[in-house]
Write a new protein. Structure first.
Length: 142
């Protein structure tokens, strides 16, 4: 059975982080990459990924500002975002979650933790899609 891979957009300005994440996620997911916030927003609008992994510390537009702009953009506002950041205080995590991220993972990250959290959020996305389909069928009477 040829199952379509779910898409993950990685937005990070650090090449080594992108390589590390893409390396262990690529067998299971289609990986998209952007190296700054503005490019990430454009890539999200163009490709509509299932999930976004977003760094906080980036030049020009940091991850927090990037997420705020995403939440203001109709076609991508509901795409779940997980922060993966070296900023590891409780205040940093609280800020990311309060802005609308679904999770916050600190660097250095452990690949098994990242994979497990991504898998959890992918399941939640599937469940939400099933519920939406059922609601739509009920509303249309099908």
């Amino acid at each position: 059975m040829n199952k379509k891979l779910k898409k993950i957009l990685i937005i990070d300005d650090e090449k080594m982080n992108i390589i590390a994440l893409a390396h262990f996620l690529k067998p299971e997911y289609e990986i998209l990459i952007a190296i700054d916030g503005a490019a990430g927003i454009e890539a999200a609008k163009k490709h509509l990924p299932d999930l976004i992994l977003l760094d906080v510390i980036m030049p020009e537009m940091n991850g927090y500002d990037t997420l705020v702009k995403m939440k203001e953009t109709e076609e991508i506002k509901n795409i779940p975002v997980i922060f993966i950041s070296g900023m590891s205080t409780n205040e940093d995590e609280e800020k990311g979650l309060s802005l609308g991220a679904v999770d916050y993972i600190t660097k250095p990250f452990k690949k098994h933790i990242v994979k497990a959290r991504i898998e959890t959020h992918m399941k939640l996305i599937e469940y939400a899609n099933i519920i939406d389909d059922l609601k739509n069928k009920k509303e249309t009477g099908n």
